[in-house]
Design a protein around this ligand. Structure first.
Ligand SMILES: C[S@@+](CC[C@H](N)C(=O)[O-])C[C@H]1O[C@@H](n2cnc3c(N)ncnc32)[C@H](O)[C@@H]1O
Length: 200
């Protein structure tokens, strides 16, 4: 199914690229995870009804809407680019019209990912190369603090994984790389998902 058709089903518009208004060294531009990549990912990663999903740097919300619609679980999206957030709000209002049946929570916050107070039950965290390693370290630190308060199985899903993230997680945190999902063979190093897990 084409990318446009998926957007049409969810009644949203998520295509395109959006740069930050000013040069940003730590924050990356908007671009959505391809739908076909999400299809591949969720053949491998099983979502439970009790999972609570957070997209750090959710952009126009493609992954958040897709997960909410497909799995009927609570989803939170965080976005800090104001112009992108406005487009996200438009999508949210349109998505609500086609998702009346879905009673799981869906929430978007206009804030920096590193300022998000991780909910003690959030347990599946999604990153599509949103920011620099220094911001990623702060976010993972916040996730680990919430783990200390409520020990639970936690997954980090990284699309387009970068070496610095991997090195940090493996060398300086208890997360273990549990699987990889190759999306295409055009760019063997990046066109894939890395899934890390922290168990009880
Ligand atoms: C590559 S896009 C991914 C969008 C979405 N997660 C997806 O996969 O379709 C990364 C997004 O992260 C946002 N972002 C970058 N730094 C951020 C930060 N510190 N806090 C919140 N959002 C941020 C960007 O504005 C952009 O929309």
């Amino acid at each position: 199914m084409s990318e446009i058709i998926y957007d049409r089903i969810l009644n949203i518009k998520t295509n395109g690229i959006r740069e930050w208004p000013e040069m940003e060294n730590d924050y990356n531009r908007y671009e959505a995870t391809p739908y076909f990549a999400l299809e591949k990912l969720f053949k491998k990663v099983k979502i439970k009804p009790s999972d609570m999903f957070v997209d750090f740097g959710c952009g126009m919300g493609r992954v958040a809407f897709y997960v909410h619609n497909r799995f009927n679980i609570d989803v939170t999206g965080l976005e800090a680019n104001q112009a992108v957030y406005q487009e996200l709000q438009t999508n949210y209002n349109k998505y609500k019209k086609v998702a009346k049946h879905n009673n799981a929570k869906l929430e978007f916050k206009y804030l920096l990912a590193q300022d998000y107070l991780v909910n003690d039950n959030d347990n599946v965290f999604y990153f599509f190369n949103p920011f620099s390693i220094s911001i990623f370290e702060m976010v993972v630190h916040n996730i680990l603090k919430s783990y200390e308060k409520n020990k639970r199985e936690i997954k980090l899903i990284l699309f387009y994984p970068i070496k610095q993230y991997h090195k940090f997680l493996i060398q300086r945190t208890p997360f273990k790389l549990i699987s990889e999902v190759q999306v295409s063979f055009d760019d063997l190093e990046h066109d894939k998902f890395h899934i890390y897990q922290l168990s009880l």
